[in-house]
Design a protein. Structure first.
Length: 435
Protein backbone atom coordinates (compact mmCIF):
# COMPACT_ATOMS: atom_id res chain seq x y z
CA UNK A 1 0.00 0.00 0.00
CA UNK A 2 1.27 3.47 -0.86
CA UNK A 3 2.04 5.91 1.90
CA UNK A 4 0.32 9.23 2.51
CA UNK A 5 2.80 11.88 1.38
CA UNK A 6 2.62 15.68 1.70
CA UNK A 7 4.84 18.71 1.43
CA UNK A 8 7.28 20.32 -0.98
CA UNK A 9 7.48 18.91 -4.46
CA UNK A 10 5.16 16.02 -3.80
CA UNK A 11 1.81 14.96 -5.18
CA UNK A 12 -1.23 14.54 -2.97
CA UNK A 13 -3.08 11.37 -3.94
CA UNK A 14 -6.23 9.97 -2.44
CA UNK A 15 -7.18 6.32 -2.66
CA UNK A 16 -10.62 5.05 -1.77
CA UNK A 17 -12.26 1.75 -0.79
CA UNK A 18 -10.70 -1.42 -2.10
CA UNK A 19 -7.16 -0.02 -1.79
CA UNK A 20 -5.07 -2.30 -4.02
CA UNK A 21 -7.89 -3.93 -5.92
CA UNK A 22 -8.41 -1.30 -8.59
CA UNK A 23 -6.18 -2.64 -11.35
CA UNK A 24 -8.10 -4.52 -14.01
CA UNK A 25 -7.47 -6.38 -17.21
CA UNK A 26 -8.15 -3.09 -18.99
CA UNK A 27 -5.00 -1.67 -17.42
CA UNK A 28 -2.68 -4.29 -18.89
CA UNK A 29 0.28 -2.69 -20.60
CA UNK A 30 -0.08 0.59 -18.77
CA UNK A 31 1.81 -0.22 -15.58
CA UNK A 32 5.19 0.89 -16.96
CA UNK A 33 4.00 4.36 -17.91
CA UNK A 34 5.94 7.04 -15.95
CA UNK A 35 2.71 8.71 -14.85
CA UNK A 36 1.49 5.42 -13.41
CA UNK A 37 4.67 5.09 -11.38
CA UNK A 38 4.55 8.71 -10.26
CA UNK A 39 1.02 8.35 -8.93
CA UNK A 40 1.68 4.94 -7.38
CA UNK A 41 4.69 6.19 -5.44
CA UNK A 42 2.89 9.20 -3.99
CA UNK A 43 -0.64 8.05 -3.29
CA UNK A 44 -2.35 8.76 0.03
CA UNK A 45 -5.13 6.23 0.68
CA UNK A 46 -8.75 7.18 1.27
CA UNK A 47 -10.81 4.50 2.94
CA UNK A 48 -14.34 5.01 1.58
CA UNK A 49 -16.54 6.28 -1.24
CA UNK A 50 -19.61 6.48 0.99
CA UNK A 51 -20.24 10.19 1.75
CA UNK A 52 -21.16 9.45 5.37
CA UNK A 53 -18.62 9.05 8.14
CA UNK A 54 -15.25 10.51 9.01
CA UNK A 55 -13.43 12.89 6.67
CA UNK A 56 -10.03 12.44 8.31
CA UNK A 57 -8.69 10.56 5.31
CA UNK A 58 -9.41 13.58 3.09
CA UNK A 59 -6.89 15.76 4.92
CA UNK A 60 -4.45 15.82 1.93
CA UNK A 61 -7.13 17.12 -0.42
CA UNK A 62 -8.18 19.69 2.15
CA UNK A 63 -4.66 21.09 2.06
CA UNK A 64 -4.75 21.24 -1.74
CA UNK A 65 -7.81 23.53 -1.73
CA UNK A 66 -7.31 25.37 1.57
CA UNK A 67 -6.48 28.73 -0.05
CA UNK A 68 -9.27 28.59 -2.64
CA UNK A 69 -12.24 30.94 -2.74
CA UNK A 70 -14.03 28.95 -5.44
CA UNK A 71 -13.60 25.21 -6.03
CA UNK A 72 -14.95 23.51 -9.15
CA UNK A 73 -16.22 19.95 -8.77
CA UNK A 74 -16.33 18.63 -12.31
CA UNK A 75 -17.60 15.17 -13.25
CA UNK A 76 -16.30 13.60 -16.46
CA UNK A 77 -19.81 12.42 -17.38
CA UNK A 78 -23.17 12.70 -15.71
CA UNK A 79 -24.66 9.55 -14.21
CA UNK A 80 -21.62 7.83 -12.61
CA UNK A 81 -22.52 6.91 -9.03
CA UNK A 82 -18.99 6.81 -7.63
CA UNK A 83 -18.05 10.17 -9.11
CA UNK A 84 -21.13 11.75 -7.54
CA UNK A 85 -20.42 10.21 -4.15
CA UNK A 86 -16.78 11.26 -4.23
CA UNK A 87 -17.88 14.78 -5.12
CA UNK A 88 -20.24 14.67 -2.14
CA UNK A 89 -17.33 13.73 0.14
CA UNK A 90 -15.20 16.60 -1.17
CA UNK A 91 -18.15 18.97 -0.80
CA UNK A 92 -18.40 17.95 2.85
CA UNK A 93 -14.76 18.93 3.32
CA UNK A 94 -15.39 22.33 1.74
CA UNK A 95 -18.50 23.04 3.81
CA UNK A 96 -17.71 21.40 7.14
CA UNK A 97 -14.00 22.09 7.39
CA UNK A 98 -13.19 25.05 5.14
CA UNK A 99 -16.24 27.24 5.64
CA UNK A 100 -17.70 27.23 2.12
CA UNK A 101 -21.24 28.60 2.37
CA UNK A 102 -22.57 28.68 -1.18
CA UNK A 103 -23.02 25.97 -3.78
CA UNK A 104 -23.35 27.02 -7.41
CA UNK A 105 -24.96 24.24 -9.45
CA UNK A 106 -25.24 23.42 -13.14
CA UNK A 107 -29.00 23.96 -13.21
CA UNK A 108 -31.59 26.68 -13.68
CA UNK A 109 -31.62 29.79 -11.52
CA UNK A 110 -35.33 29.33 -10.79
CA UNK A 111 -34.81 25.71 -9.74
CA UNK A 112 -31.94 26.82 -7.55
CA UNK A 113 -34.31 29.10 -5.64
CA UNK A 114 -36.50 26.07 -4.84
CA UNK A 115 -33.50 24.00 -3.77
CA UNK A 116 -32.24 26.85 -1.60
CA UNK A 117 -35.60 26.97 0.16
CA UNK A 118 -35.50 23.23 0.73
CA UNK A 119 -32.00 23.05 2.19
CA UNK A 120 -32.78 26.12 4.34
CA UNK A 121 -35.55 24.14 6.05
CA UNK A 122 -38.54 25.30 4.01
CA UNK A 123 -41.73 23.29 3.62
CA UNK A 124 -40.72 21.99 0.22
CA UNK A 125 -40.98 18.33 -0.73
CA UNK A 126 -37.68 16.73 -1.72
CA UNK A 127 -39.37 14.72 -4.46
CA UNK A 128 -40.74 17.90 -6.02
CA UNK A 129 -37.34 19.58 -5.81
CA UNK A 130 -35.60 16.65 -7.47
CA UNK A 131 -38.26 16.49 -10.16
CA UNK A 132 -37.55 20.10 -11.10
CA UNK A 133 -33.81 19.56 -11.39
CA UNK A 134 -32.33 18.51 -14.71
CA UNK A 135 -32.75 14.80 -15.53
CA UNK A 136 -29.03 14.12 -14.92
CA UNK A 137 -29.51 15.13 -11.26
CA UNK A 138 -32.63 13.06 -10.57
CA UNK A 139 -30.89 10.28 -8.67
CA UNK A 140 -30.35 9.05 -5.12
CA UNK A 141 -26.78 10.34 -5.07
CA UNK A 142 -27.90 13.96 -5.56
CA UNK A 143 -30.83 13.43 -3.18
CA UNK A 144 -28.27 12.46 -0.53
CA UNK A 145 -26.40 15.72 -1.14
CA UNK A 146 -29.55 17.79 -0.63
CA UNK A 147 -30.62 15.82 2.45
CA UNK A 148 -27.19 16.34 3.98
CA UNK A 149 -27.29 20.08 3.24
CA UNK A 150 -30.72 20.43 4.83
CA UNK A 151 -29.53 18.55 7.91
CA UNK A 152 -26.31 20.60 8.08
CA UNK A 153 -28.28 23.85 7.96
CA UNK A 154 -30.60 23.00 10.85
CA UNK A 155 -30.26 25.54 13.62
CA UNK A 156 -27.38 27.38 11.97
CA UNK A 157 -27.11 31.11 11.44
CA UNK A 158 -24.46 30.58 8.72
CA UNK A 159 -26.55 28.39 6.45
CA UNK A 160 -25.22 27.02 3.18
CA UNK A 161 -26.93 28.70 0.23
CA UNK A 162 -27.72 27.11 -3.15
CA UNK A 163 -27.82 28.92 -6.49
CA UNK A 164 -28.47 27.67 -10.01
CA UNK A 165 -26.19 29.38 -12.53
CA UNK A 166 -28.07 28.45 -15.73
CA UNK A 167 -30.86 30.42 -17.43
CA UNK A 168 -31.82 28.70 -20.68
CA UNK A 169 -35.14 27.25 -19.38
CA UNK A 170 -36.21 30.33 -17.41
CA UNK A 171 -39.97 30.02 -17.00
CA UNK A 172 -42.98 31.74 -15.51
CA UNK A 173 -41.81 31.78 -11.90
CA UNK A 174 -39.08 34.34 -12.71
CA UNK A 175 -41.57 36.71 -14.35
CA UNK A 176 -44.02 36.30 -11.49
CA UNK A 177 -41.27 36.95 -8.94
CA UNK A 178 -40.25 40.19 -10.67
CA UNK A 179 -43.86 41.36 -10.86
CA UNK A 180 -44.47 40.55 -7.18
CA UNK A 181 -41.30 42.31 -6.05
CA UNK A 182 -42.10 45.53 -7.89
CA UNK A 183 -45.72 45.43 -6.68
CA UNK A 184 -44.50 45.10 -3.10
CA UNK A 185 -41.60 47.55 -3.08
CA UNK A 186 -42.30 50.10 -5.85
CA UNK A 187 -45.99 50.02 -6.82
CA UNK A 188 -45.58 53.31 -8.66
CA UNK A 189 -43.37 51.44 -11.18
CA UNK A 190 -45.67 48.41 -11.52
CA UNK A 191 -47.48 49.56 -14.66
CA UNK A 192 -44.15 50.26 -16.33
CA UNK A 193 -42.63 46.86 -15.56
CA UNK A 194 -45.83 45.07 -16.53
CA UNK A 195 -45.83 46.80 -19.90
CA UNK A 196 -42.39 45.34 -20.57
CA UNK A 197 -43.30 41.93 -19.16
CA UNK A 198 -46.34 41.68 -21.45
CA UNK A 199 -43.99 41.65 -24.42
CA UNK A 200 -41.91 38.72 -23.17
CA UNK A 201 -43.85 36.70 -20.59
CA UNK A 202 -44.45 33.09 -21.78
CA UNK A 203 -48.10 32.32 -22.51
CA UNK A 204 -47.92 29.02 -20.62
CA UNK A 205 -45.67 26.77 -18.57
CA UNK A 206 -44.56 25.01 -21.77
CA UNK A 207 -41.09 26.54 -21.89
CA UNK A 208 -40.00 24.45 -24.87
CA UNK A 209 -43.01 25.66 -26.84
CA UNK A 210 -42.15 29.22 -25.87
CA UNK A 211 -38.56 28.74 -27.03
CA UNK A 212 -39.72 27.38 -30.40
CA UNK A 213 -42.15 30.27 -30.85
CA UNK A 214 -39.50 32.85 -30.02
CA UNK A 215 -36.90 31.29 -32.28
CA UNK A 216 -39.34 31.41 -35.19
CA UNK A 217 -39.71 35.18 -34.87
CA UNK A 218 -37.48 37.05 -37.30
CA UNK A 219 -37.14 40.33 -35.44
CA UNK A 220 -36.17 39.44 -31.88
CA UNK A 221 -34.94 42.89 -30.89
CA UNK A 222 -38.24 44.01 -29.26
CA UNK A 223 -38.03 41.03 -26.90
CA UNK A 224 -34.38 41.66 -26.06
CA UNK A 225 -35.11 45.35 -25.46
CA UNK A 226 -38.08 44.60 -23.20
CA UNK A 227 -36.06 42.08 -21.18
CA UNK A 228 -33.23 44.60 -20.80
CA UNK A 229 -35.69 47.27 -19.59
CA UNK A 230 -37.12 44.87 -17.00
CA UNK A 231 -33.62 44.16 -15.75
CA UNK A 232 -32.65 47.83 -15.65
CA UNK A 233 -35.83 48.82 -13.84
CA UNK A 234 -35.46 46.20 -11.11
CA UNK A 235 -31.76 46.95 -10.69
CA UNK A 236 -32.43 50.67 -10.28
CA UNK A 237 -35.01 50.33 -7.49
CA UNK A 238 -33.88 51.82 -4.17
CA UNK A 239 -32.59 49.23 -1.72
CA UNK A 240 -30.33 48.91 1.28
CA UNK A 241 -26.93 47.19 1.07
CA UNK A 242 -27.31 43.44 1.49
CA UNK A 243 -31.03 43.51 0.64
CA UNK A 244 -31.60 39.82 -0.16
CA UNK A 245 -35.05 40.31 -1.68
CA UNK A 246 -33.76 42.94 -4.10
CA UNK A 247 -30.78 40.78 -5.03
CA UNK A 248 -33.07 37.84 -5.74
CA UNK A 249 -35.33 39.98 -7.92
CA UNK A 250 -32.33 41.27 -9.86
CA UNK A 251 -31.25 37.66 -10.31
CA UNK A 252 -34.63 36.73 -11.75
CA UNK A 253 -34.55 39.69 -14.14
CA UNK A 254 -31.04 38.86 -15.27
CA UNK A 255 -32.00 35.30 -16.20
CA UNK A 256 -34.92 36.60 -18.25
CA UNK A 257 -32.53 38.90 -20.11
CA UNK A 258 -30.03 36.09 -20.65
CA UNK A 259 -32.80 33.81 -21.94
CA UNK A 260 -33.83 36.17 -24.74
CA UNK A 261 -30.27 37.04 -25.67
CA UNK A 262 -29.31 33.36 -25.78
CA UNK A 263 -32.09 32.26 -28.11
CA UNK A 264 -31.43 35.16 -30.48
CA UNK A 265 -28.11 33.50 -31.32
CA UNK A 266 -27.14 30.53 -33.42
CA UNK A 267 -26.70 27.19 -31.65
CA UNK A 268 -22.92 27.53 -31.86
CA UNK A 269 -22.94 31.07 -30.47
CA UNK A 270 -25.40 29.98 -27.80
CA UNK A 271 -22.85 27.49 -26.44
CA UNK A 272 -20.31 30.26 -26.04
CA UNK A 273 -22.88 32.58 -24.50
CA UNK A 274 -24.11 29.93 -22.03
CA UNK A 275 -20.83 29.29 -20.22
CA UNK A 276 -19.95 32.98 -20.16
CA UNK A 277 -23.27 33.75 -18.48
CA UNK A 278 -22.97 30.82 -16.04
CA UNK A 279 -19.62 32.22 -14.94
CA UNK A 280 -21.13 35.70 -14.70
CA UNK A 281 -23.95 34.37 -12.52
CA UNK A 282 -21.46 32.68 -10.24
CA UNK A 283 -19.32 35.79 -9.97
CA UNK A 284 -22.40 37.91 -9.24
CA UNK A 285 -23.44 35.52 -6.49
CA UNK A 286 -19.92 35.47 -5.03
CA UNK A 287 -19.82 39.26 -4.97
CA UNK A 288 -23.30 39.47 -3.46
CA UNK A 289 -22.87 36.81 -0.79
CA UNK A 290 -19.18 37.15 0.01
CA UNK A 291 -19.15 33.36 0.40
CA UNK A 292 -16.58 30.84 -0.64
CA UNK A 293 -18.32 28.89 -3.40
CA UNK A 294 -18.31 25.26 -4.55
CA UNK A 295 -19.21 24.96 -8.26
CA UNK A 296 -20.87 21.59 -9.02
CA UNK A 297 -21.05 20.86 -12.75
CA UNK A 298 -19.72 18.72 -15.58
CA UNK A 299 -15.98 18.93 -16.19
CA UNK A 300 -16.35 20.80 -19.53
CA UNK A 301 -17.84 23.67 -17.52
CA UNK A 302 -15.55 23.46 -14.47
CA UNK A 303 -12.24 23.05 -16.33
CA UNK A 304 -9.99 25.98 -17.13
CA UNK A 305 -10.54 25.37 -20.85
CA UNK A 306 -10.77 28.56 -22.95
CA UNK A 307 -10.66 26.52 -26.19
CA UNK A 308 -12.80 23.52 -25.29
CA UNK A 309 -14.07 21.24 -28.06
CA UNK A 310 -16.55 18.35 -27.79
CA UNK A 311 -16.65 16.11 -30.86
CA UNK A 312 -20.07 14.51 -31.47
CA UNK A 313 -19.86 13.08 -35.01
CA UNK A 314 -21.62 13.26 -37.38
CA UNK A 315 -22.85 16.56 -35.92
CA UNK A 316 -20.65 19.67 -35.79
CA UNK A 317 -18.27 19.99 -32.87
CA UNK A 318 -19.34 21.91 -29.79
CA UNK A 319 -16.81 24.67 -29.10
CA UNK A 320 -16.82 27.21 -26.30
CA UNK A 321 -14.76 28.78 -23.56
CA UNK A 322 -15.65 27.00 -20.33
CA UNK A 323 -17.11 28.80 -17.34
CA UNK A 324 -13.99 27.69 -15.46
CA UNK A 325 -11.76 29.62 -17.85
CA UNK A 326 -13.58 32.84 -16.94
CA UNK A 327 -13.28 32.00 -13.25
CA UNK A 328 -9.54 31.46 -13.63
CA UNK A 329 -9.21 34.82 -15.43
CA UNK A 330 -11.12 36.63 -12.68
CA UNK A 331 -9.88 34.82 -9.58
CA UNK A 332 -6.51 33.42 -10.62
CA UNK A 333 -5.30 30.64 -8.34
CA UNK A 334 -8.11 31.36 -5.90
CA UNK A 335 -10.18 29.25 -8.31
CA UNK A 336 -9.26 25.56 -8.01
CA UNK A 337 -10.87 23.19 -10.55
CA UNK A 338 -11.04 19.50 -9.58
CA UNK A 339 -11.68 16.94 -12.32
CA UNK A 340 -13.37 13.66 -11.38
CA UNK A 341 -12.53 10.94 -13.90
CA UNK A 342 -12.80 7.17 -14.27
CA UNK A 343 -11.28 4.30 -16.21
CA UNK A 344 -14.26 2.10 -17.15
CA UNK A 345 -17.74 1.04 -16.10
CA UNK A 346 -21.39 1.79 -16.71
CA UNK A 347 -23.20 5.11 -16.35
CA UNK A 348 -26.80 6.27 -16.40
CA UNK A 349 -27.66 8.48 -19.37
CA UNK A 350 -31.43 8.79 -18.79
CA UNK A 351 -34.03 7.21 -16.51
CA UNK A 352 -33.85 3.47 -17.12
CA UNK A 353 -31.04 3.72 -19.70
CA UNK A 354 -27.38 2.96 -19.09
CA UNK A 355 -24.29 2.87 -21.28
CA UNK A 356 -21.18 0.71 -20.78
CA UNK A 357 -17.97 2.67 -21.26
CA UNK A 358 -14.68 0.82 -21.83
CA UNK A 359 -11.25 1.82 -20.61
CA UNK A 360 -9.85 4.88 -22.42
CA UNK A 361 -7.69 4.45 -25.52
CA UNK A 362 -3.97 5.09 -25.23
CA UNK A 363 -4.12 8.69 -26.48
CA UNK A 364 -6.59 9.81 -23.78
CA UNK A 365 -5.00 11.48 -20.78
CA UNK A 366 -6.56 9.02 -18.28
CA UNK A 367 -4.94 6.00 -19.92
CA UNK A 368 -1.94 5.63 -17.54
CA UNK A 369 -4.17 6.17 -14.49
CA UNK A 370 -6.00 2.90 -15.09
CA UNK A 371 -2.92 0.85 -14.13
CA UNK A 372 -2.62 2.39 -10.68
CA UNK A 373 -3.34 -0.35 -8.16
CA UNK A 374 -6.03 1.52 -6.27
CA UNK A 375 -9.76 1.79 -6.76
CA UNK A 376 -9.58 5.59 -6.76
CA UNK A 377 -7.11 8.34 -6.12
CA UNK A 378 -6.56 12.07 -6.54
CA UNK A 379 -3.50 13.92 -7.72
CA UNK A 380 -2.54 17.54 -7.13
CA UNK A 381 -1.16 18.52 -10.55
CA UNK A 382 0.49 21.74 -9.43
CA UNK A 383 3.45 20.22 -7.61
CA UNK A 384 6.86 19.60 -9.23
CA UNK A 385 7.10 16.44 -11.30
CA UNK A 386 9.71 14.62 -13.40
CA UNK A 387 10.10 15.55 -17.08
CA UNK A 388 8.02 12.62 -18.39
CA UNK A 389 5.10 13.63 -16.19
CA UNK A 390 5.45 17.29 -17.09
CA UNK A 391 5.21 16.27 -20.74
CA UNK A 392 1.96 14.44 -19.97
CA UNK A 393 0.60 17.49 -18.16
CA UNK A 394 1.40 19.74 -21.12
CA UNK A 395 0.31 17.37 -23.91
CA UNK A 396 -2.90 18.12 -25.85
CA UNK A 397 -5.75 16.69 -23.81
CA UNK A 398 -8.20 14.13 -25.15
CA UNK A 399 -10.83 12.68 -22.82
CA UNK A 400 -14.40 11.45 -22.65
CA UNK A 401 -17.13 13.12 -24.66
CA UNK A 402 -20.87 12.56 -24.40
CA UNK A 403 -21.51 8.93 -23.38
CA UNK A 404 -24.79 8.64 -25.27
CA UNK A 405 -23.11 9.66 -28.55
CA UNK A 406 -20.96 6.56 -28.91
CA UNK A 407 -17.20 5.94 -29.05
CA UNK A 408 -16.63 8.70 -31.59
CA UNK A 409 -17.41 11.41 -29.07
CA UNK A 410 -14.51 12.92 -27.17
CA UNK A 411 -13.45 16.20 -25.59
CA UNK A 412 -10.25 18.12 -26.30
CA UNK A 413 -8.72 21.59 -26.28
CA UNK A 414 -5.88 22.54 -23.97
CA UNK A 415 -3.99 20.20 -21.62
CA UNK A 416 -4.74 18.36 -18.41
CA UNK A 417 -2.35 20.63 -16.51
CA UNK A 418 -4.29 23.64 -17.78
CA UNK A 419 -7.75 22.19 -17.18
CA UNK A 420 -7.39 20.96 -13.61
CA UNK A 421 -5.41 21.62 -10.46
CA UNK A 422 -6.48 18.32 -8.89
CA UNK A 423 -7.78 15.06 -10.35
CA UNK A 424 -9.84 12.49 -8.45
CA UNK A 425 -9.82 9.29 -10.48
CA UNK A 426 -12.01 6.22 -10.01
CA UNK A 427 -11.18 2.95 -11.76
CA UNK A 428 -14.66 1.43 -12.10
CA UNK A 429 -18.02 3.19 -11.95
CA UNK A 430 -21.62 2.03 -11.75
CA UNK A 431 -24.81 3.85 -12.79
CA UNK A 432 -26.30 6.54 -10.59
CA UNK A 433 -29.53 5.24 -9.07
CA UNK A 434 -32.65 7.05 -10.34
CA UNK A 435 -35.29 8.28 -7.91
Amino acid sequence: MGQSVFGRGLVVTLVCAGMLGGASAASAGRSEHPVTGWVTQTMAPLDRVDPAGSLDDLAPLRESVRQAQIVGLGESVHGASEELRLKHRVLRVLVEQLGFRSIAWEDQWTTGVEVDEYISGGAVDLGVVLGNLGPMWQNHEVADVLLWLRDFNKGRADKVRFVGVEYYLTGLSAYDAVDAFVARTAPERLAEVRAHLRVIRPASADIFGHIAKYQAIVDKQPFITAAQKVHDLVTSLPHKPGDRAHALAVGHARQIKFFYEHYSRSAADGLVYRDARAAENLRWWRDHSGDKVAYWAASPHVANAPHLRIAIPPDPDMRFASAGSYLRDWYGRRYVPIGFTFDHGTVSVSPGETVALPAPPRHWFEWPLGAVRADQFAVDLRVPAPPEVRSWLRAPIVTRGLPDRGPGSYTSGGSVGQWFDVIVHRQKVTPAQPV
